[in-house]
Design a protein around this ligand. Structure first.
Ligand code: 7PM
Length: 295
């Protein structure tokens, strides 16, 4: 669907948002095709000038381009989770993401995801029009479980070993796939105990978050076992350092590798791919989904 066809009705009200959100949830659970989540970073390091002034129009243009290219969901993040990144305050994160969510919600009726671990940011983002929470800490931060239960929105629970600052130092597992599955199973149970509907849960092995190349490859090869948890699986491999290790190429030259790995993840049961390069991913998934469904 193009950005133009996703233009919001100017009279859009919360009831309308619930209606398209229900459509999104049905589509996700039907598994009829793989959905594409376009990553929209609104951290200063992703803008050349580093300032607030330009960030809303720049972010908006980027999101519009991703929707034109066929993105199903836009994932808005104001906290850098890259290895070694410093923590940001609630106020800083709110200042980065809320104006962008408001602007996107005013213009588009697509699902909007907020990439955060902070309960205050989740609450404000949903009030501004976000319809999905993407938490790399799997709701382990203070008040996050109760907040999501109250908000009633879908949530992605991602596995991460350690903290962003140090997670790549020396990742250690008994057996990486079994350990990640045990973690996700525990977090799903914690969500359900907190009152989150099972149908709202999405799981993610957290490729690159406290994992070596070999551990990332093992997780992707065993993605069907993670899908067997019963929740849709979201995978982010786009431009990641495992591709740098495999290809010996800088981040800008990892598109083909990212698309290839994304397709392999889809074949192993991924329901959503979180990507930077939407157009090539959408084309490749169309080809794969047609191939998989051919009589
Ligand atoms: C530097 C390195 C900057 C890595 C940003 C990143 C995921 C995510 C990210 C993922 C879910 C990126 C990552 N990755 N959320 N957020 N799953 N659910 O590649 O794999 O954008 S940040």
């Amino acid at each position: 669907m193009s950005a133009e066809s996703r233009r919001a009705d100017p009279r859009v009200d919360p009831g309308v948002i619930n209606k398209f959100d229900a459509g999104f949830r049905r589509l996700l659970r039907s598994g009829s095709r793989c959905l594409v989540m376009g990553a929209l970073n609104v951290t200063p390091d992703s803008f050349s000038d580093g300032g607030q002034f330009d960030s809303v129009p720049t972010a908006f243009d980027h999101a519009a381009r991703m929707l034109d290219a066929g993105a199903d969901i836009i994932d808005i993040g104001g906290e850098s989770t890259r290895p070694g990144a410093a923590a940001v305050s609630v106020a800083t994160e709110l200042g980065r993401v809320i104006p962008v969510i408001e602007k996107l919600r005013a213009e588009f009726d697509c699902p909007l995801s907020i990439d955060t671990s902070k309960a205050e940011v989740m609450r404000a983002a949903v009030a501004a029009g976000a319809t999905l929470i993407n938490d790399v800490r799997a709701l382990r931060s203070r008040d996050a479980l109760d907040t999501v239960a109250e908000l009633g929105v879908p949530v992605c629970l991602m596995h991460m070993q350690g903290r962003p600052r140090s997670m790549q130092d020396a990742p250690r597992y008994e057996e990486v796939t079994a350990d990640v599955i045990a973690f996700l199973r525990e977090r799903m149970a914690a969500c359900i105990a907190a009152g989150i509907e099972p149908a709202c849960l999405i799981v993610d092995p957290g490729i690159g978050f406290g994992k070596t190349l070999e551990q990332n490859l093992q997780l992707l090869r065993n993605l069907d076992k993670i899908a067997a948890l019963g929740a849709p699986v979201l995978v982010g491999v786009s431009r990641k350092s495992m591709l740098g290790q495999l290809l010996g190429k800088p981040v800008g030259d990892r598109i083909y590798g990212s698309v290839a790995l994304g397709l392999l993840a889809r074949q192993k049961g991924a329901s959503i791919l979180r990507v930077h390069d939407v157009a090539p991913t959408v084309d490749a998934l169309r080809v794969l989904d047609a191939f998989s469904q051919a009589g």
